[in-house]
Design a protein around this ligand. Structure first.
Ligand code: ARG
Length: 450
């Protein structure tokens, strides 16, 4: 091999993106078929040429699908690969397809077509996950569960209230994806390399045929813009952070120390050395995967931040983070949904772990009924809680004398009458954890996801 040959090979290897962007072949061919029709309408292609191109492209799609057309590195990228094969198949007419088009507007189109469909898929998966959470909420309405702040028992909640919290977070994720979709749904073809096309192609026709809501308003912007990918990645990163936080709850609750939930045996794994272990690996890995998707977003923004207008080869690096995020979010949503489909809440264990101190707020609330300012009541109850902690007993175990020592306004009968379920039912404003408020949220959720 001459030095020149080896340089050619090195550059081929370096520039090739075909192993990555082969995923875009359907979008690429779909875009090209419509573009050929656009060229025919302005007389650049005859009807026969257009037909030959459309037939050729359709066949190439089949060839790629069946693995008959080997997409090798020397073909550089998917656009070059398809065009080369087209010319091989139908002759010089195939070489007319790229008239007035550049790979710069072509790749922007392909990515938009691909992403539009992907977003619909991720939204659909999120909705499925919400259905699972809704079902879980319906089943766990009457499970009173410790609500935590600072990882310390704070106030009792209904488990359903927790399941709905996850559901509503996912609803915002879907909102971000839908919002991003409106900006993906813009047709860039006709922008050429950067300055627009010198051929009077009907861009509205192209948009209509490809189902786009809009046509990009500025060719320079159209080939420079990867915001739509950054937006998608950012929506995915936030979604993954939601999944990750919920997984953290699961990891904590499934530990021996908490023991509030039991995960499906398929979702936990043993240790290679410690026979007793049942590690919540699925939830942990999911938590870890959020780091990947955050990384994908950061990778793309970093690639973009210093680029001059318009297309620069750096932009080829947008695909790996995009596809990585899509694959990661897709499998993570499946696993996440499975976690909630199969989780078992160990109600007895939960009930026995509930600390009466979680009724402290209710005690202080009760004092306000005697016109004691809440801040003062807070101090009285804090003194009682401290006393109970000092003796290692519960609030209920303190004697009438203990109560009297702290305040003459509060007696032990108040705590005797308080239950965790009642405590939740007092939080009856919209959004609260009372049975009624939770039923209301379930209805609201149901309306959202059907
Ligand atoms: N493979 C390229 C990419 O993904 C397609 C656009 C190439 N354009 C160019 N002028 N080299 O970014």
């Amino acid at each position: 091999m001459t030095h020149d040959d080896s340089l050619t090979r090195l550059m081929e290897d370096f520039h090739a993106s075909i192993e990555i962007d082969r995923r875009l072949y359907k979008a690429d061919i779909r875009g090209s078929i419509v573009y050929a029709r656009g060229l025919e309408r302005i007389g650049v292609l005859t009807a026969e040429e257009c037909q030959a191109i459309v037939t050729g492209l359709t066949e190439i799609e089949g060839e790629i699908e069946r693995g008959e057309y080997a997409l090798t590195r020397d073909l550089e990228d998917i656009h070059t690969a398809v065009e080369k094969r087209l010319i091989e198949k139908i002759g010089p007419a195939g070489g007319k397809l790229h008239t007035g088009r550049s790979r710069n507007d072509q790749i922007a189109l392909d990515e938009r077509l691909y992403l539009r469909e992907t977003i619909d898929g991720v939204i659909g998966q999120s909705t499925q996950c919400q259905s699972t959470l809704l079902h879980l909420a319906e089943q766990t309405m009457d499970i009173i569960f410790p609500g935590y702040t600072h990882l310390q028992q704070a106030q009792p909640i209904r488990f359903a209230h927790y399941a709905l919290a996850l559901l509503f977070a996912l609803e915002r994720d879907k909102g971000r994806l839908r919002d991003c979709r409106t900006r993906v749904d813009v047709m860039p073809l006709g922008s050429g390399a950067l300055a627009g096309s010198a051929f009077p192609i009907d861009r509205a026709f192209l948009a209509r045929e490809l189902g786009f809501a809009d046509v990009s308003p500025n060719s320079l912007d159209a080939v420079s813009d990867r915001d739509f990918i950054a937006e998608f990645l950012s929506a995915c990163a936030i979604l993954m952070v939601h999944l990750s936080r919920a997984c953290e709850d699961v990891v904590i609750w499934s530990s021996a120390e908490f023991g509030y939930v039991r995960l499906h045996p398929r979702l936990v794994t043993g240790s290679s050395i410690m026979p007793q272990k049942k590690n919540p690996d699925a939830a942990e890995l999911l938590r870890g995967k959020s780091g990947r998707v955050i990384g994908d977003l950061v990778a793309l923004l970093t690639v973009l931040k210093g680029l001059p207008h318009a297309y620069n080869k750096d932009m080829q690096e947008d695909k790996e983070p995009l596809f990585d995020a899509i694959d990661t979010v897709t499998i993570c949503l499946q696993v996440f949904t499975t976690i909630w489909e199969t989780i078992e809440v160990r109600t007895e264990r939960v009930a026995s772990s509930m600390d009466d101190a979680m009724l402290a707020t209710d005690l202080a609330d009760a004092l306000t009924k005697q016109r004691i300012p809440f801040r003062e009541g807070h101090g009285i109850v804090a003194a009682l809680v401290n006393e109970a902690a000092r003796r290692g007993c519960s609030l209920r175990d303190l004697s009438p004398a203990d109560y009297r020592r702290v305040s003459d306004r509060l007696d032990e009968s108040v705590i005797a009458r308080l239950t965790f379920a009642e405590s939740t039912d007092k939080r009856d404003l919209p959004g609260g954890t009372s049975r009624r408020a939770v039923v209301e949220q379930i209805e609201q959720a149901r309306r959202l996801i059907i």
